[in-house]
Design a protein around this ligand. Structure first.
Ligand code: HEC
Ligand code: HEC
Ligand code: HEC
Ligand code: HEC
Length: 323
């Protein structure tokens, strides 16, 4: 069960579906090594000892951040052990690719054959089945982005207003996914950690901004008090819609971007406007799904000048070590 969060804002993995990063690492060694160098890994140990964490926890009435608390949803991977849910790692594989219980065997099975004997249609069927069992693949940019923003916007009013937690960070999907988080080492057999190509970066940039808008609109819609949370979430929406307006001009052959901007301005960013803001967010969501199905970024070169350059990437991508 997702504790204390409205499910439309965070698609965290269900504890009963968690197999844990060690199970993934049995095959995905390089990806696991890259993960071990990230803040997502180290937060498991570091966060509970952090002085600021103790302050936030005290204000929220949380005695132990690793047991009963709402911190679990965003800082840890939780697994169901015989009769209780237990944090087993920081933010790990399944926080982004979703709980593996039902798809881990399927996705790696080559349909009972081998990489070379499996037919194209069997392969397509295997991926279809993996996705229907919850797997979030790198090609599902929208779903991946929803997970990142669901945590990084920190869409929880109480935690921000009462707990004094940061109201999220200046998250941006290209720069934050291509630095320390990057682990594109599987399909080249660990030869290198390849950055997303130009077309894919444009999709990450555009869909990321759209999801920021969607998440922000829902967060403003759920605000109840004229305090820091509501202001910061409204500011986030305003920034995202301005950036999207610039994107609409830069990529005029993608008319859906202008429609995103229209939705963004369709509901006023005020308290007690939940219905209209939710409607706007739902509209944005539908458009993002269709943008991610219809485009691959190859025609969006106009976005390149708006996107963060490699020196802005958050942290450094791990170089794979030959095994
Ligand atoms: C038994 C080995 C094995 C295990 C365990 C395993 N994987 Fe995989 N994984 C594979 C193989 C094989 C592929 C590539 C299949 C192909 O090329 O068609 C793959 C591909 C992937 C991909 C890329 C999918 C895509 O769309 O191209 C992701 C993401 C992934 N695995 C995540 C995970 C996660 C997360 C776990 C743990 C929950 C996990 N894997 C556990 C073998 C494994
Ligand atoms: C909705 C998701 C969410 C929840 C719930 C949440 N956090 Fe965070 N927290 C984050 C994110 C995302 C960051 C990183 C912010 C950034 O990007 O700089 C963070 C950062 C922090 C930091 C500063 C960085 C660090 O880890 O050293 C502390 C301390 C912290 N959180 C404590 C807590 C505590 C204590 C709780 C529970 C009472 C909690 N958080 C609940 C999402 C969350
Ligand atoms: C913070 C979210 C996040 C975490 C944690 C994470 N992944 Fe990923 N994973 C992604 C994203 C995003 C991509 C696509 C990256 C891109 O487009 O540059 C990806 C891509 C992949 C791929 C495809 C790599 C390739 O060569 O193209 C595999 C396999 C994979 N992840 C497995 C894992 C495993 C195993 C773990 C845990 C050890 C893990 N991931 C942890 C978000 C995550
Ligand atoms: C389950 C919640 C969650 C998800 C999903 C998530 N993150 Fe995070 N992320 C966090 C938290 C919490 C921290 C802060 C950890 C710390 O420093 O203690 C963090 C830290 C980071 C950092 C390091 C920031 C720094 O200060 O250097 C990067 C980069 C990052 N996340 C990128 C991503 C990307 C990209 C995605 C999606 C592909 C993603 N995250 C998904 C919760 C999450």
């Amino acid at each position: 069960m997702i504790i204390g969060l409205s499910s439309d804002l965070l698609a965290a993995s269900e504890p009963v579906e968690t197999v844990g990063p060690n199970a993934c690492a049995e095959c995905h060694k390089q990806e696991a090594e890259a993960w071990k160098g990230t803040h997502h890994f180290s937060t498991f140990k570091d966060m509970p000892r952090n002085a600021e964490a103790k302050k936030i926890a005290a204000k929220m009435g949380v005695k132990r951040v690793k047991t009963e608390s709402l911190c679990l949803n965003c800082h840890f991977t939780v697994q169901q052990k015989s009769n209780k849910a237990e944090p087993i790692a920081g933010i790990s594989c399944e926080s982004c690719h979703s709980g593996g219980r039902d798809w881990i065997k399927v996705h790696s099975s080559y349909s009972g054959k081998t990489a070379t004997t499996e037919t194209k249609s069997e392969e397509a069927e295997r991926w279809k089945l993996s996705v229907s069992k919850g797997m979030i693949r790198p090609s599902s940019i929208y779903l991946l982005a929803r997970n990142c923003y669901g945590c990084h916007v920190v869409p929880q009013e109480n935690l921000v207003n009462k707990g004094g937690h940061k109201a999220g960070s200046t998250f941006e999907l290209v720069s934050w996914s291509q630095g320390e988080v990057r682990h594109n080492t599987w399909y080249n057999k660990g030869k290198e950690n390849t950055a997303a190509n130009a077309a894919r970066k444009r999709m990450l940039y555009l869909v990321g901004l759209g999801v920021e808008l969607e998440t922000g609109l829902r967060a403003v819609g759920n605000s109840t008090a004229r305090q820091r949370y509501a202001f910061e979430m409204a500011r986030r929406v305003d920034t995202a819609r301005k950036k999207l307006s610039a994107a609409a001009k830069a990529a005029p052959d993608v008319p859906e971007i202008a429609k995103l901007v229209e939705f963004a301005y369709s509901a006023s960013l005020s308290l007690n406007n939940t219905g209209a803001l939710k409607g706007a967010a739902d509209g944005v969501s539908k458009l993002l799904v269709s943008i991610s199905q219809k485009y691959d970024g190859s025609t969006m070169a106009g976005l390149d000048s708006l996107m963060p350059a490699p020196e802005k990437f958050k942290g450094t991508a791990r170089k794979p070590v030959a095994q």
